[in-house]
Design a protein around this ligand. Structure first.
Ligand code: FRU
Length: 515
């Protein structure tokens, strides 16, 4: 009897060990492309960032979330909170679908003066304004299936109540009628809402966030219309000379400059009711202006209620592309956000452009690495090997006028990613052709480039790598390219490429990014 017990106990132990081993293996491969310092949901599907709002020392990041699958489905709002935009705590799901529909993209504001009357104990509420998407109604062939609704929270976003009078902005008979972004318009102390309406945006006004009046439409004749307009934003930025402009972001899908989805922007003025672009000739059907010239920065919008003492216009995007988002080879979860970025208005000839820089808080993740001053490279030279594939590369180089200034980041399986500047073409590029798994989409493995729009004596590149993504901020963020990729093992070794001769780096540094 006793020996039988020992025998079965031993089998039990063996089985248990084996299970553990299998579990570990599964976990390892399931986590293979998990970034180290980018935001990802713990599990399941994520797309657009939503409800970006700062309150009481916390940045809130809500996001399009489907908790039952790793492919897009009935949308919820997932939720995460951070004190520094770098370390995020996962919170319970904030908004669930209800009888009015799934919870599509939208925004959040702090209603400090309690204009909505939905606050408590003398404190204003957080208000989330989102699109209800009524899938059964869509199936009937009706055009009325998207409308704007509201939810409020009186405990710093920990719990939410849907407003009983939803929807607050009913559908006027237009199929694509979504993604409300609300902001406080200080000049007349009232709210504005900008909404994506098929091929244009509409701007509304409200005194209480509940009753909305249409003020104007913009965009039928401006910018790219190769796809449906989505996820707009409208906010002021001030340039180096103190000149204020209003920036309108509009994401479109498809029709992006590298295929699939991307975000265009307009620089102009806003008088409280109408947006007027400064240089209409810049925004023709052929010539749109894009926030990011890579494949993988979509539906990005900015944080509301960031204190004036901070002064930054903070942005985050969804780091994927509708061309393949549902099929990328991650298993436990799908999609990451871009790095949080600060947007700046930069004068450029007689116009302006919007530059992006990763937020300075990211410096807290930079650890040991290497520092190289004045380096001439005559042949491909290996300069660094990272421990994890999460690193930041900074270089300043003399523009050689011809040839490349480029980096190759590779693994031991002959996979590599090239990032750099082609001096002859005057173009920045990212080449992910050989960067790993690409069988999920026929145009994924490719070379992408973008022209540099101004004279260029020195070339500056800051490159953030994080296991499965690269973000190139060139010339202080005037040119940005964001791309994802899926190597079979992390790309860790960094080489300077010198295919066409001498590359002169004025200085270079590479830092591990550790969390
Ligand atoms: C943009 C988008 C939005 C919509 C949401 C649905 O990626 O299509 O227009 O609200 O995703 O998940």
């Amino acid at each position: 009897m006793r020996s039988a017990f020992i025998f079965f106990a031993a089998i039990g132990l063996w089985a248990c060990r084996n299970d553990q081993k299998i579990d570990l293996l599964e976990t390892k491969s399931a986590e293979q492309h998990r970034p180290i310092y980018h935001f990802t949901p713990d599990s399941m599907w994520m797309n657009d960032p939503n409800g970006l709002v700062f309150l009481d020392g916390e940045y809130h990041l809500f996001y399009q979330y489907y908790p039952d699958s790793t492919v897009w489905g009935p949308m919820h709002w997932g939720h995460a909170v951070s004190k520094d935009l770098v370390h995020w705590d996962h919170m319970p799901i904030a908004l669930y679908p209800d009888s009015l529909g799934w919870i599509f993209s939208g925004s959040a504001v702090y209603d400090q003066a309690n204009t909505s009357g939905l606050g408590k104990d003398g404190k204003g509420p957080l208000i989330a304004i989102f699109t209800h998407h009524n899938a059964p109604l869509e199936k009937t062939g009706s055009n009325l299936f998207q409308y704007q609704s509201l939810a409020y929270s009186n405990d710093n976003g920990r719990s939410w109540t849907k407003y009983p009078g939803n929807p607050v902005l009913p559908n006027p008979g237009i199929r694509d009628f979504r993604d409300p972004k609300v902001f406080w318009y200080d000049a007349d102390q009232s709210w504005r809402l900008i909404l994506a309406v098929q091929n244009h945006v509409s701007i509304y006004k409200s005194l209480n966030l509940l009753d909305w009046t249409l003020l104007s439409d913009y965009g039928q004749n401006y910018g790219s219309h190769k796809g449906v307009w989505e996820c707009p934003d409208l906010f002021p930025l001030t340039d180096e000379q103190g000149i204020e402009k209003w920036i309108m972001l509009v994401s479109i899908n498809p029709g992006g400059p590298q295929g699939g989805s991307a975000t265009q922007y307009f620089v102009g003025s806003f008088d409280g009711s109408q947006f007027i672009p400064d240089h209409p000739e810049m925004y023709t059907e052929e010539k749109a202006v894009w926030l990011d010239m890579g494949t993988d920065n979509y539906a990005g919008v900015t944080w509301s209620n960031v204190p004036e003492s901070d002064g930054r216009r903070l942005f985050i995007g969804w780091m994927s592309n509708w061309n393949y988002a549902n099929r990328v080879p991650t298993q436990r979860w799908r999609s990451a956000s871009t790095l949080p970025r600060a947007l700046r208005l930069v004068s450029n000839g007689d116009g302006h452009l919007v530059a992006s820089s990763p937020v300075s808080e990211l410096r807290s993740l930079e650890k040991e690495g290497i520092e190289l001053g004045n380096l001439s490279v005559y042949q491909d030279t290996s300069i660094y090997t990272s421990e994890t594939g999460a690193m930041k590369i900074d270089i300043t180089a003399v523009n050689p006028g011809s040839g490349l200034i480029a980096f190759r980041i590779k693994n031991l399986n002959n996979e590599y990613l090239d990032v750099g500047f082609d001096a002859e073409q005057n173009r920045y590029f990212v080449d992910r052709t050989f960067a790993g798994i690409h069988d999920f989409n026929e145009s994924f493995a490719d070379f992408f480039d973008t022209p540099v729009a101004y004279p260029h004596d020195t070339v500056k590149m800051t490159i953030y790598l994080d296991v499965a993504s690269v973000e190139l901020f060139a010339d202080e963020g005037k040119t940005v390219m964001t791309h994802i990729f899926f190597p079979s093992a992390p790309l860790k070794e960094v080489l300077v490429l010198a295919e066409t001769g001498n590359v002169h780096l004025l200085n270079a540094s590479i830092r591990e990014m550790i969390k």
